[in-house]
Design a protein around this ligand. Structure first.
Ligand code: KIV
Ligand code: ZN
Length: 529
């Protein structure tokens, strides 16, 4: 029996999570995710459903042969050929788990399986026994346990343990139960099943009513010691319990959970979440707890003021503890003076000496109303330029753009820019039309920046939609933003890069105003010294 203070983390991103994706993952992508989950500290990894396809079988085998610390697991119905396939697929691993399941709720037994409860108890017994001929580590799940009459549920759990199951999983398959109710089911099983001490009790909650994490944590308080979950809360319909929420809650509320622990390496959460989101093409919603882009952002002036005085006023865990670089203090019309003064101070400007805080703050509010979000380089521009329409002095404007591209040719672009009253024209090739345009703009402006993100969205609906391109670029270690909007997405891309370059050019001019270029005599005397 494992340590009673330890919560076993059973990850099912590659099974319950993958089955809910619009397209399935390749074996290589699944292996990449499996290795990241092993590094994250997952104890058991459900790698797939081997009987479902040859591809799934092969991928489960490959993962079983590769994992070193994490226990690989394969799913099977209570059907002999499923269990045999799982046993075969997993046999490359020294220690593996077979997970077999059958539905137990009245509606599933009567209308889906069309069997009697006695029949399914017998099927479960036989299946667990067969699985035990392959491995000593057998998990049995009562599908739709959340809606199963408690007497029948207890009867099934007792029978499965008697047949040799070492983990009993209680799924709330359709996310129907509420925390106290689900906790009550766990308490009943703990109190009424005579052989429950011979198995680990596990929970597998779905999020249809948004209760998955709450239900899982309540179950833990009632005696469950394994939680089944998915990275980023992926999974059927509204998803499964999200792994990162469980790991963070157990850590932040250690005292409340009386020192129950899990093996998740918190620092790896951010990168694992982003890898899973990218590979699965399932972007993390901004407001997703722990891993959403807004999870550590502070926008209101009152919150920013509090965080600047003591982060714990509005942060119950630090972004650094889960692997993010830091919090994000968004400068919007809701930001207060404290935030503006701190941002300028970080850029080296001192209030009253370099600028007048009231004046800058009033102009900042006007700019924020116009732009939505203000960035540090916008704020710096306010110190040097008196007007808020800081885009009026753009160094470059797009005058003309022509692109030729096709499947059997290198893309070629010709770009004409207006730089003040002059025009500059150039032609370049590239790996695709956007690359060709970006090569032209880089050559014409001489600004070499690294593209760090590129997002394209449709603004509007149907045929009239405009293509909006948002980019971020890194120029000498500082991040600049650019946005372009046009009916043609190549033109939007060009406008976005020019927008970012104009922001860079403005910052360069500010730099010169701050430190005027040295005269030749000064440079000579410095060199002599
Ligand atoms: O939700 C569910 O009941 C399942 C079982 C296969 C465990 O995913
Ligand atoms: Zn499920």
């Amino acid at each position: 029996m494992p340590d009673n203070n330890r919560i076993i983390i059973f990850d099912t991103t590659l099974r319950d999570g993958e089955q809910a994706l619009p397209q399935s993952l390749s074996a290589r992508q699944k292996l990449q995710i499996a290795l990241a989950l092993e590094e994250l500290g997952v104890d058991v990894l459900e790698a797939g459903f081997p009987i479902s396809s040859k591809g799934d079988f092969d991928s489960v085998s490959q993962i079983a042969a590769t994992l070193k610390r994490t226990i690989p697991c394969g799913l099977s119905r209570c059907v002999a050929k499923d269990i045999e396939a799982a046993g075969e697929a997993l046999r490359a691993a020294k220690h593996f788990r077979i997970h077999t399941f059958i539905a137990t709720s009245t509606i599933h037994v009567r209308d889906k399986l069309r069997k009697s409860f006695d029949d399914i108890v017998e099927m479960a017994r036989k299946s667990v026994k067969l699985a035990r001929t392959y491995t000593d580590d057998v998990e049995f799940s009562c599908e739709d346990a959340g809606r199963t009459p408690i007497d029948e549920l207890c009867r099934m759990v007792e029978a499965a343990i008697d047949a040799g199951a070492t983990t009993i999983n209680i799924p709330d398959t359709v996310g129907y139960t509420l925390p106290m109710e689900f906790g009550g089911i766990i308490t009943n099983i703990m109190n009424r099943v005579p052989n429950i001490d011979k198995a680990v009790l596990s929970v597998h909650c779905h999020n249809d009513l948004g209760m998955a994490t709450a239900n899982s944590l309540t179950a833990v308080q009632m005696g469950a010691r394994q939680i089944e979950c998915c990275m980023n809360g992926l999974g059927e319909r509204a998803g499964n319990t999200s792994l990162e929420e469980i790991a963070a809650a157990l850590n932040v509320r250690k005292g409340y959970f009386k020192d129950l622990e899990c093996g998740i390496v918190l620092k790896n959460i951010a990168r694992t979440s982003s890898l899973v989101a990218k590979i699965c093409h399932e972007p993390v919603p901004p407001h997703k707890a722990i891993v959403g882009s807004n999870a550590f952002a502070h926008s209101s002036g009152i919150h920013q003021d509090g965080v600047l005085k003591n982060r714990q006023t509005y942060e119950i865990l630090t972004p650094e503890s889960v692997g993010f670089k830091g919090n994000n203090m968004r400068m919007t019309a809701r930001s207060g003076r404290h935030m503006i003064r701190t941002c300028l101070q970080n850029l080296g400007y001192i209030a009253d000496k370099d600028y007048d805080l009231d004046d800058i703050y009033n102009r900042f509010l006007k700019l924020a109303d116009k732009k939505g979000q203000v960035f540090d380089y916008d704020l710096e521009a306010l110190v040097f330029f008196t007007k808020e329409g800081i885009n009026d002095d753009d160094a470059y404007r797009l005058d003309r753009l022509n692109v030729m591209s096709g499947s059997d040719m290198m893309a070629t672009a010709t770009v004409r820019l207006l730089a003040g009253k002059r025009t500059r024209t150039d032609s370049c090739v590239g790996n695709g039309p956007v690359d060709a345009v970006y090569n032209c703009i880089t050559r014409l402006t001489g600004v070499r920046c690294k593209l760090t993100s590129f997002e394209i969205t449709a603004a509007g609906a149907g045929m009239d939609a405009l293509g909006q391109v948002n980019i971020t670029v890194d120029y000498n270690g500082r991040i600049f933003h650019g946005m372009g909007l046009a009916t043609d997405v190549i033109e939007s891309s060009a406008l976005a890069l020019l927008h970012a370059i104009n922001n860079i050019e403005r910052t360069k001019r500010i730099q010169e105003l701050r430190e005027p270029p040295k005269k030749v005599e000064e440079l000579v005397s410095e060199a002599k010294a």
